[in-house]
Design a protein around this ligand. Structure first.
Ligand code: ACO
Length: 179
């Protein structure tokens, strides 16, 4: 089993996937903080040599990513998620920090699956009332995914939310039906 890379071993590859796909990037310790604090909520999609993609759970999970040959699988998508630490209304809720899928593996349903797995874990492990996220108002693909495929609603527009001045939609999805 020690030859199987764990979710934590994959963090540098997850960080590379993030840097490749999004301008919002994080120090490695921030990924580690997510993995150690909310180990149920983050997931990766990996490609093993000569096979398709496989979703994998966070550290210690039954589906920890790995390849019997000892070769590291390639991370092609991830969702990095957390629980809000000090919710203003006192209600437990989850938050999607970051989601991306490599261009070579888009439109295969990977992001939808990663999101649904994280949403379920938020509801079942933390009794999250809802899940929130921010997305650029110009990000048509992600908006379609969140609003049309997953059923998120726009709560408000946050003006100049991003470092380059672009506005964000603050979106949320009720999870209480999954309790
Ligand atoms: N154009 C229009 N609709 C799209 C597109 C697109 N390019 N991509 C996905 N969708 C919608 C469709 O409704 C699609 O269903 P369909 O294929 O049956 O029509 C649905 O989303 C599900 O698509 P997936 O295959 O699950 O999405 P994918 O794995 O390709 O990943 C993602 C979508 C994550 C937005 C990807 O395009 C990406 O990584 N983009 C760059 C990074 C990014 O924008 N991340 C989100 C930022 S917001 C945040 O992190 C909280």
């Amino acid at each position: 089993l020690s030859s199987y890379p764990s979710y934590i071993d994959l963090l540098p590859s997850i960080q590379t996937c993030n840097i490749t796909n999004l301008p919002e990037n994080y120090f490695l310790k921030y990924y580690l903080y997510h993995a150690l604090t909310w180990p149920q909520l983050s997931f990766v999609a990996v490609v093993r040599p000569r096979s398709g993609y496989k979703s994998s759970t966070a550290p210690g999970g039954a589906g920890a990513a790995g390849d019997v040959s000892g070769e590291y699988p390639k991370v092609v998508g991830y969702v990095l998620a957390k629980m809000e630490e000090e919710p203003a209304d006192g209600k437990q809720h989850g938050h999607i920090t970051s989601l991306s899928v490599m261009r070579t593996h888009r439109r295969l349903g990977i992001a939808e699956r990663l999101m649904r797995m994280s949403q379920r874990a938020m509801a079942e492990s933390h009794r999250a009332h809802f899940v929130s996220l921010h997305v650029r108002v110009s990000n048509v693909a992600a908006l379609r995914l969140y609003r049309d495929t997953l059923g998120f609603e726009v709560e408000k527009v946050e003006s100049g939310y991003y470092a380059d001045g672009e506005d964000a939609y603050a979106m949320h999805l009720n999870l209480q039906s999954m309790w």
